[in-house]
Write a protein that binds this ligand. Structure first.
Ligand SMILES: *Cc1c(COP(=O)(O)O)cnc(C)c1O
Length: 468
């Protein structure tokens, strides 16, 4: 074995080997990086020889050198591979938080690309040639789409809630119904955010019932905000009662200097009730009803990038923009570009809205899914005898903690493989294919819902299924 160690080639020998420049070119790395990788591989081989776990070729042979270069190649490829990878979402859950929530529209993506690759007027007024504000870029679009007097954008909706409470209610009281003290996604609790913000939470009512007189009794000199949390992530059923937004706004307006604030969570700009999906209020209606301030996410039903949108009365928004914390939670230019692209899709009207993937996928009809699924199965069975496939009716979910009670009728492709169980098939499609595919499993069938698979992705999906 000592002899083996003596025959391990020196680094400079491998640097002079014909494979060295070939690998440098193939892996697109420089001389120093490849040299480091070779040193690491040789050290690994040396350690393996010493502890008796080396099962490769004998040092001194051409095969040994070949194996070292193979080792270098695979370890370098692994290091240069992204861990954040594209996934085909075949689960049918549109705003799947684990899979990145909303995918962006073409317009949003192209705008991000241009703004990210170049300088921009992010904080610069081109007409005047003076310093400008990054808030200005999407503000007028949000005003146009919601009817609000003013608006600003922060990093996400959790940050928006925090900024509102911190800037407008720190050291004061915020009244919230007990039935709305929700936890979202296992990590976002209104009560905890409230505590962090320095605002004092005044809970009113019981879990299932809150009356107007509960709010009335809680009102004091210390009250800064009456807050409503849109409980989009769970539904209470049975013996429940809560005050609707209109009543609560009218009530709040009786008190001077008390703000009505609703955290809408999802914040729909497009009326999905119109197409028979859920009961999510549109932001404009809440603003029209007289809400002083609302907050909502950019990447839930809106279908844009991760962002928190704050809209409402100009006096309050101005105060938020000036707050120190606004700098801490500010959005970057790529987010603003993505949001601007998405909002312009909304302004364009019905056709534009349907170019936003989240909305398009939500609105896809069962008929279309039926024919896409049948076509897909036809292709798959025509090219492979490894599968059994059938279509079954099922449901898709909105996801992202939005409208969990809503089940959207869909068509499912249920697959069985000749050799693999559904679990094995799922694992292979997640780990061994590129892009990875994530779908559902039920009773040893692999379930594909094409609702969240775009037409362009169908071929990739087919290819992955055929490759196994
Ligand atoms: C989702 C949600 C949030 C958090 O929004 P993020 O954009 O994920 O930070 C806050 N409030 C409500 C009511 C929500 O539904």
């Amino acid at each position: 074995m000592r002899d083996w160690l003596h025959h391990i080639p020196a680094v400079h020998e491998l640097q002079g080997h014909e494979q060295f420049p070939i690998l440098m070119e193939e892996m697109d790395v420089d001389f120093t990086k490849l040299t480091q990788q070779i040193k690491d591989a040789l050290n690994l081989a040396r350690a393996s020889i010493l502890n008796g776990s080396w099962h490769g070729a004998i040092p001194g042979s051409d095969e040994f050198i070949y194996e070292i270069f193979q080792l270098v190649k695979s370890s370098t490829a692994k290091q240069l591979d992204y861990t954040l990878k594209r996934v085909i979402n075949a689960t049918g859950t549109i705003l799947h938080t684990n899979l990145g929530r909303a995918r962006l529209s073409d317009k949003a993506v192209l705008h991000v690309l241009e703004i990210a690759q170049n300088y921009s007027n992010l904080e610069y007024k081109l007409l005047e040639g003076e310093r400008g504000s990054r808030h200005s870029h999407v503000e007028s679009l949000i005003k146009e789409l919601t009817g609000a007097e003013a608006a600003m954008v922060v990093n996400n909706n959790a940050a928006a809630v925090y900024l509102v409470l911190r800037a407008l209610a720190s050291g004061k009281e915020v009244i919230v119904s007990r039935g709305q003290l929700v936890e979202i996604g296992g990590s976002f609790r209104i009560s905890s955010i409230m505590e962090e913000s320095g605002a004092r939470l005044v809970e009113v009512g019981t879990t299932n019932k809150t009356h107007l007189y509960d709010y009335e009794q809680a009102m004091s000199q210390e009250t800064a905000i009456v807050m409503k949390v849109h409980t989009s992530n769970f539904k209470m059923i049975g013996f429940t009662e809560s005050i609707n937004t209109h009543e609560l706004i009218q009530f709040t307006q009786r008190f001077e200097n008390v703000i009505f604030y609703e955290d809408l969570g999802s914040g729909a700009l497009y009326d999905l009730q119109k197409v028979g999906i859920g009961e999510e209020p549109v932001v404009r209606d809440i603003i029209d009803a007289g809400a002083d301030i609302v907050t909502f996410s950019g990447d839930k039903l809106l279908g844009g990038p991760q962002a928190g949108i704050i809209a409402g009365k100009k006096k309050l928004i101005d105060c938020l923009k000036k707050h120190q914390l606004a700098r801490v939670v500010r959005v970057d230019k790529m987010t603003l570009a993505a949001l601007e692209g998405t909002l312009i899709d909304y302004v364009r009207g019905e056709q534009g809205v349907k170019s936003i993937p989240a909305i398009r996928d939500l609105c896809q009809s069962v008929d279309v899914l039926e024919s896409r699924s049948a076509h897909f199965i036809g292709k798959l069975l025509g090219l492979s005898s490894d599968y059994q496939a059938r279509t079954v009716s099922g449901t898709s979910q909105v996801g992202g903690g939005t409208m969990p009670e809503v089940e959207i009728p869909t068509v499912i492709i249920a697959l069985k493989h000749r050799l693999f169980t559904a679990e094995q098939l799922a694992k292979k499609l997640r780990a061994d294919t590129q892009p990875a595919i994530v779908a559902r499993i039920q009773k040893d069938e692999y379930l594909i819902d094409l609702r969240t698979v775009s037409i362009e992705e169908e071929d990739l999906l087919l290819k992955a299924l055929l490759q196994l």
